[in-house]
Ligand binder design. Sequence first.
Ligand code: N01
Length: 551
Amino acid sequence: MSEATETQRAPVPHQIDVVIVGAGFGGMYMLHRLRGLGLSAIVFDVATGVGGTWYWNRYPGARCDVESMQYSYSFSEELQQEWQWSEVFAGQPEILRYANHVADRLDLRRDMRFETRVIGAVFDEATHRWTVRTDRGDVVSAKYCVMATGCLSAARLPDFPGLDSFKGKTYHTGHWPHEGVDLTGLRVGVVGTGSSAIQAIPVIAGQAAHVTVFQRTPNFSIPSRNQPMPGDYAQSWKDSYPARRAEARFTRNGILANPNDRSAIETPEAERLAVYEQRWASGGTTFMAAFNDLIFNKASNDTAADFVRGKIRAMVKDPVKANLLVPVNHPIGTKRICVDTNYYLTYNSPNVDLVDVRGAPIEAVTPDGLRVGGKDYTFDAIVFATGFDAMTGALTRMGIVGRAGEALADKWEAGPRTYLGLMTAGFPNMFMITGPGSPSVLSNMMVSIEQHVDWVADCLGHMTHRQLACIEATLPAENAWVQHVNEVADTTLYPSAASWYMGANIPGKPRVFMPYIGGVGAYRRRCDEIAANGYEGFQLAGPAAIAEAAE
Ligand code: N01
């Protein structure tokens, strides 16, 4: 079955065990696990089908930068054996086909309602239930909520004056039209040079008559070296999937990257360069695993950054463009490292221009294009690759209200506060999948999603078995975790960059390092330990205690 379209929906139950928000990889697996526990669950998603981030991000060139053999579910041996990836790094259409295949295989859609946005989730202290409301008028009373809303799902368009005045078409990479866009022969402006833009620009430049890229911050990008999947490579993974998956779960970022356990700065220069050359030649984000101290030691980081700067200068023929493209304002890897196919080489094409908007920001969108530094640029179409209100945006916009009428958006006004990125104090029985305070965006999302879903499912299984009715993170546990997340971040170079990890891409968003950088292995051990110790740091209560408290 292909991607489903459901304008006519099946009825929505009024009472349910669990409401799951989001039908991406997190929500899909959560539903599957809850069914296994015998709990009733329904998934809401605003999209017309499954896939989450891979449903929305259909911009030209969209591709995963984690290898396909590792960016897939590991919970089912049948699934991982039967699916054939066609490329080493899968493109968006193939990943979306995979999501649909899983939905078919596990018969997930019957408990999903699409084209339905959750507009409120309010906790009732008297009944200890969540009332979930949708924009289709549904009102569901649920014992638990699981927010599988994704870390990069709230697309952000900067507030440029005159945005509505533009006579041509505008697009955001995170909301790309499903029917596709033909940019052939057009003059196209692209705003942004993050991962999305770096993938899209070479493809757009191949279609458009002329492309002008507006860059505020140059990024480091590593060639992907993507290729059709070699059959023996896929087979070698399939032959040893259980062992490799088990190993990946205890790595730093959930990716088997053959990490080098040596310091860059302590390695003699010639040897160090040879390591970088070898990593550059094999390509991909695993470049950052070339040495063990690249994210901790500025001098070590500089050696990697200088190596990539040299590669950029060697690729880009025009020295003015090359100078603009060389990143200088952040250590390599502290803004999400990008992975590309021919990104830098694209600037050698006569139909591609680059405009620096750091010194002179974009002033306005005009009826004909963009005005920057008093100069007008004329376009037929503008592509905004301007990113997301990352990690918190989808949650704080949803109308989540916990104990004593406290809105999540208010609680997190000075930055997100969670215990393990799984729960937040004052919001009982509400779980987050890959929430802020968990490794999430610093890891292979599939590994982190599966770990969170399994932890939540095991927790709900435990509660059902013990006839417990309420679980809530305690404030002291949450405070200690937030402090730990910050302390670990401060041992690295990450907080020195104005990145979306820090909320720095959104004017007015608090500058807090949101993901947990302690590594997925250490994090998993901690989560398991906490569960084994009777859910240390969480308060669990039975129906009697709840009834007593409500009196
Ligand atoms: O978004 P971004 P993205 N004027 O926030 C610029 C994942 N992902 O969609 O850096 C001018 O990174 C902004 O400039 P600056 C991945 O985790 C993965 O590209 O803030 N420019 C920046 O250049 C990634 O990190 C994959 O100074 C403005 C760009 O817009 C995350 O998604 C592929 C501006 C936004 O870059 C987000 O990536 C794609 C303004 N007013 C995405 N406002 C893969 O797996 C913003 N910008 C490969």
